[in-house]
Write a protein that binds this ligand. Structure first.
Ligand SMILES: Nc1nc2c(ncn2[C@@H]2O[C@H](COP(=O)(O)OP(=O)(O)OP(=O)(O)O)[C@@H](O)[C@H]2O)c(=O)[nH]1
Ligand SMILES: [Mg+2]
Length: 432
């Protein structure tokens, strides 16, 4: 991703021996290049980098920061100004209507949102109001079933407005209702007419435009057109994972002054994050997003009935590991968790050791069943001969037992690192 180059900029500043005009020029050029490559609007790039340059050479540094931290803080603040606002949706009864062009990710995002609100304790349902694409009904129905939320749709019915009307009646006991609509190749009159009619019936509290990040700078034109046609309350950027041009959609939101509500970065129903500008920029710069990570841990440990304090301290035994694995699985791929840690704070591990599949989980469970109570509570005592015994007892191999132990140890140290990150950071202290 082009924006990843921003992490290198921060590294460069952090490693520089002194801060002078030469370094500032270099840094500004690097940032310009990164933003332009990411398809951020050129005028905006100039605004951001001009401001960084001006402030870097004239602002009086805060006493608590060294000159390097001072520059990083300026870069952070000016980029933050450049992305515009986020939109926090209170967990109250509401209706959300998604609109967007064909293939932008509406149906997938409908499911992701449903999961998001369900995970936060809301009684959630979705309505399949895309009567344009024949497979749309099945796609959403399947997704809704897999995440366990309510669903309403009428296979074969061509009148989307009728479906929405009926759906709202059927689903009146639900708190959060998300409506998936049809897309078209372009914003044609027919699509506008349908959107307006659905809106009249649905009376959504939020109309979200789903924007594919891969369209880069075209995003601003598209967003403006939808906004003019039906009025948009927020933007959801999708496919942020698969494109170098994500900066285009980010700057579009800023240009037309519509908040970004969520960012989708993967095909799984969990790959959706609320857009928190500070956390987002912090992550982009490699400074991590400890706040979001802790929120996530808090929520998941609650679900799994684990003690978040112990979890974070790495105080757990193999007995807890099964629950831990479940909890970690819910947090999404380990790679994404690492992205939330500041650079230098992340532990070096190979992804394979932590990537957990259902099958691996089952095997780990069988292995744990062959351990004694003592071994489960104090895994340190598991030596070579015990490994052999456990492997034979569980019908696995010593290799697999070792893999479980490695998993356990890595998890422990990862949690300890996170705990450290929770300590109040002075200024912008980072783990370089
Ligand atoms: N990598 C990635 N793929 C995504 C993301 N969101 C959606 N997709 C994929 O994009 C494709 C289109 O997604 P849909 O949700 O069907 O798009 P849609 O807007 O409903 O499309 P129409 O109903 O045809 O208008 C699917 O293959 C999704 O898996 C994302 O955030 N990242
Ligand atoms: Mg769809």
């Amino acid at each position: 991703m082009a924006l990843d180059a921003l992490k290198d900029v921060v590294r460069k500043i952090a490693r520089s021996s002194s801060i002078d005009k030469h370094l500032v020029d270099e840094v500004v050029k690097d940032i310009q290049r990164a933003l332009i490559r990411a398809d951020v609007n050129v005028k905006q790039v100039k605004e951001i980098t001009d401001a960084i340059k001006k402030r870097a050479l004239s602002d009086e540094p805060l006493k608590s920061l060294n000159p390097r931290e001072h520059i990083i803080k300026i870069v952070y603040e000016e980029l933050l100004k450049g992305v515009g606002e986020g939109l926090e949706i209170p967990l109250e009864k509401a209706r959300i209507m998604l609109v967007g062009l064909q293939g932008s990710g509406k149906t997938t995002t409908t499911a992701k949102l449903a999961k998001y609100f369900k995970d936060r304790g809301m009684k959630t349902a979705v309505i399949a109001a895309d009567t344009w694409r024949p497979a749309a009904y099945d796609q959403l129905k399947q997704l809704a079933e897999s995440i366990g939320v309510g669903f309403y749709g009428e296979k074969g019915e061509k009148d989307a407005v009728k479906i929405v009307k009926k759906g709202l009646e059927e689903l009146k006991d639900y708190d959060m209702i998300i409506i998936d609509t049809a897309g078209r190749h372009a914003l044609e009159d027919e699509l506008i007419k349908e959107m307006v009619e659905i809106e009249k019936v649905a009376k959504p509290d939020y109309k979200f435009l789903v924007l594919d990040a891969a369209i880069g700078q075209l995003a601003s034109k598209q967003a403006q057109a939808f906004h003019d046609a039906i009025g948009i309350d927020g933007i959801i950027i999708t496919k942020f994972d698969g494109t170098a041009k994500g900066g285009g959609a980010l700057s579009a939101a800023r240009q037309i002054q519509i908040p970004i509500a969520f960012i989708g970065s993967g095909e799984r129903v969990d790959d959706l994050d609320r857009f928190d500008p500070a956390g987002f920029i912090s992550r982009l710069l490699g400074m991590g997003d400890i706040k979001a990570l802790l929120e996530k841990i808090e929520r998941i440990t609650q679900e799994e009935e684990l003690d978040p304090e112990k979890f974070l301290k790495g105080e757990f035994t193999l007995k807890d590991v099964y629950k831990q694995i479940e909890a970690m699985n819910k947090m999404g791929p380990i790679r994404k968790i690492f992205e939330m840690l500041p650079l230098g704070m992340s532990v070096k591990v190979d992804d394979d050791a932590l990537e957990m599949t259902q099958e691996k989980m089952k095997r780990f469970r069988v292995i744990m069943d062959s351990m004694t109570e003592e071994e489960l509570l104090n895994p340190k005592i598991i030596d070579g001969s015990r490994i052999k015994r456990i492997a034979i007892g569980s019908g696995t191999s010593p290799q697999e037992v070792k893999e479980l132990l490695k998993y356990y140890n890595t998890m422990k140290s990862l949690m300890k690192r996170m705990k450290k990150g929770r300590l109040p950071m002075k200024g912008l202290k980072m783990g370089f």
